[in-house]
Each structure stands twice: as C-alpha cells, then as structure tokens.
Design a protein around this ligand. Sequence first.
Ligand SMILES: [Zn+2]
Ligand SMILES: [Zn+2]
Length: 92
Amino acid sequence: MSRNRIIRCAACAGRIRPQHPHIGVENLETGEEFSYHARPECQKRAAEETATRLGAGGIFGAHHYHASTCPDEAPGFGCSGGCFDTPMAVAN
Ligand SMILES: [Zn+2]
Ligand SMILES: [Zn+2]
C-alpha cells in the first residue's frame, strides 16, 4: 500500500498532509496527478498550471480532497469543514 506516500505541492513544493484539504489535478491520459494545497496562493498556481497543461493538449480532471475531519458527508465547496472556501477560479 502507498499510505505513507509523501505528497508535495506542485506550487510551493511544501509537503501536503493527506488529512488536510488539498487539490489533485489528474492527467486522465497518464494517470499522473499534481497536488496542491487548498490555500489560495497554491490554488491560483494550480489554476494557472492547469490552464497551461490544457493548452498543451492534455485531458485533466480535478479532485478535491477534504480534510479527514470534514463533517460533510458529501463535501463540496462551502462545506461545513471550510476546506475550500475559495473557488479555484477567482474572478477579479
Ligand atoms: Zn502549496
Ligand atoms: Zn470539507
């Protein structure tokens, strides 16, 4: 099993704790997954890098991993755990 696999944020290179909220952007063709922290700076980088990869012709799917303590049964944006208060696409 790969339970002890260390996940690193592709934006800031910091370690992501699996029990904390984070984002995974998966290349659906290769199965490769890029992980990002749920914090706004890293989400912004995730959106930019995903746009770049999409421009290169890849097919991607995003996964939102909520905190292990998130109380929502079917968590999404605005969950009561507050994992993803900031949507990935921020309109200025
Ligand atoms: Zn990060
Ligand atoms: Zn949550």
